[in-house]
Design a protein around this ligand. Sequence first.
Ligand SMILES: CC(C)(COP(=O)(O)OP(=O)(O)OC[C@H]1O[C@@H](n2cnc3c(N)ncnc32)[C@H](O)[C@@H]1OP(=O)(O)O)[C@@H](O)C(=O)NCCC(=O)NCCS
Length: 202
Amino acid sequence: MAVELLSRGIELQSLRDGTTVLLETATTEDLDRLLRYFRALPKSERKYLRFDVTRREVVERLIREAVEGKAYRILASVDDEVVGHGALELARDSWQSHIGEIRVIVAPSFRRRGLGALLIKELYRAAEARDVEKVIVRLAGPQVGVRVACERLGFGVEAVLEKHMKDADGEVQDLVVMSYGLDEVSRALREYNMGEHRHALD
Ligand SMILES: CC(C)(COP(=O)(O)OP(=O)(O)OC[C@H]1O[C@@H](n2cnc3c(N)ncnc32)[C@H](O)[C@@H]1OP(=O)(O)O)[C@@H](O)C(=O)NCCC(=O)NCCS
């Protein structure tokens, strides 16, 4: 499926329980519903996000950057309400021009149905289309569930930087960097690992 198709929105049939979700690239028209989505996330999770996404101007900036092509941002929605969000951010310096960072959050009530895998798979495709060679995820030490989910989806822990970040409560945390190569071998492994989710996008 071509990445470009996403800009028109695609109906996806199969989360594991048969729920239909629509994937679309984020536009300025999505500001209110994306803000609503972020504000509804548990505070215990939001505190590990890099930015205060409850603030309108922050979400406005994130969408603007996506519209300007500095990032690729997708929304998953059901009945017009956002239930999942994924982003691929491209490094801007030449040292890391081959690196893409992905960030995914699924609404708690939609977890364990395959949506996280679906979003990550789409972000991989977007990364490949942009000649990204290596995809990373950065997360806080206490985000063990996210780490396990990423491992399940093919990422490996590459580094743990001790006391390298502060969460929104001001507590210092380790920063975990996970990575995934986009070479042929990794791709084959990914297709294998995601076999059970494959039908959702085909
Ligand atoms: C991580 C996250 C995106 C996973 O989304 P999801 O829709 O539940 O993921 P999926 O249903 O596609 O699960 C894929 C696999 O990951 C693993 N997994 C998912 N959540 C897990 C958890 N909490 N603990 C352990 N494994 C987990 C499972 O193996 C799962 O496959 P299975 O259900 O077939 O066993 C979601 O839990 C989330 O949004 N967490 C908060 C994210 C966050 O803070 N992001 C910011 C940093 S990027």
